[in-house]
Ligand binder design. Structure first.
Ligand SMILES: [Fe+2]
Length: 261
């Protein structure tokens, strides 16, 4: 059983583990703090989605635990300071899943719940969610992906628009150039989420963010996306060129159809 007591233990361990991450670099320390704050917001988003998607209190606890620790490996990799942003992006989920297994609360969970947590965390940064063992695992993994993306939309658009917060890690190595890369725009026009490794410029990153809408899973997520106007807001930070306008129209139509259907 994932009881309230166990959830409290998880929240405590979350704080303790993040507090243990100390680095000599103020920039990196800020990034660790950003990941901690992001994880808490993803936990909030997960509970919001869970109200619609999950039935029991126990399931809601599981969704919260997954969200709290999904990016812990990313914070650890930043403190270690040896990996490039693209490697961190690709490898942090597996590390989070490995580290969570060493935490005090983990052995107290049932085997089924342990697997749900591991599979959800391992799959959250993949371009497409791999096929999982059962419906439960798939549901929680999808919920994390949507909750995570909602916060990525929120923080990146605020960074672009209001210059609020630190530069997103995924965009660290990108050049601030107006060009957009062929592979990125082709993916978006084909209705697919663009791949992180194809990005070269900040505008590629903005387009990649827009294309994440193609990978959302739940009607309720589309509703939040629509209400918050994330797609419009990110689009406003892009240059108005024909291909970009086409891409935006395609995504907007896709979102509107999901929202009304
Ligand atoms: Fe995340």
């Amino acid at each position: 059983m994932t009881t309230v007591e166990l959830l409290k233990e998880c929240r405590l361990e979350f704080e303790e583990y993040f507090q243990s991450l100390v680095t000599g670099s103020p920039d990196n320390q800020q990034r660790v703090e950003d990941i901690r704050a992001h994880s808490l917001r993803v936990a909030g988003n997960s509970l919001l989605l869970a109200q619609n998607l999950l039935q029991t209190e126990e399931d809601k606890h599981i969704a919260e635990i997954i969200a709290l620790f999904h990016d812990y490996g990313k914070a650890v990799m930043i403190v270690q300071g040896t990996e490039s942003p693209i490697n961190i992006q690709h490898n942090h989920a597996a590390l989070s899943a490995k580290l969570i297994q060493q935490m005090g609360f983990y052995p107290k969970l049932s085997a089924d719940v342990q697997l749900i947590i591991l599979k959800s965390i391992e799959g959250h940064n993949k371009l497409k969610l791999p096929k999982l063992d059962n419906e439960q695992q798939t549901l929680f993994a999808r919920l994390l992906r949507d909750a995570d993306k909602l916060d990525i939309f929120e923080t990146s658009y605020r960074f672009f628009k209001e210059k609020y917060g630190t530069q997103p890690l995924m965009a660290m190595d990108l050049i601030n150039h107006v060009e957009i890369s062929d592979k990125i725009i082709k993916s978006v026009l084909a209705g697919k989420t663009a791949a992180v490794e194809d990005m070269k410029t900040m505008n590629d990153y903005r387009l990649l963010l827009l294309s994440m809408a193609f990978d959302l899973n739940f009607k309720y997520t589309f509703r939040i996306l629509s209400e918050k106007q994330y797609i419009q807001k990110i689009y406003e930070t892009l240059p108005k060129r024909d291909l970009i306008i086409d891409a935006y129209r395609g995504i907007k139509l896709f979102v509107e159809n999901k929202f009304v259907s």
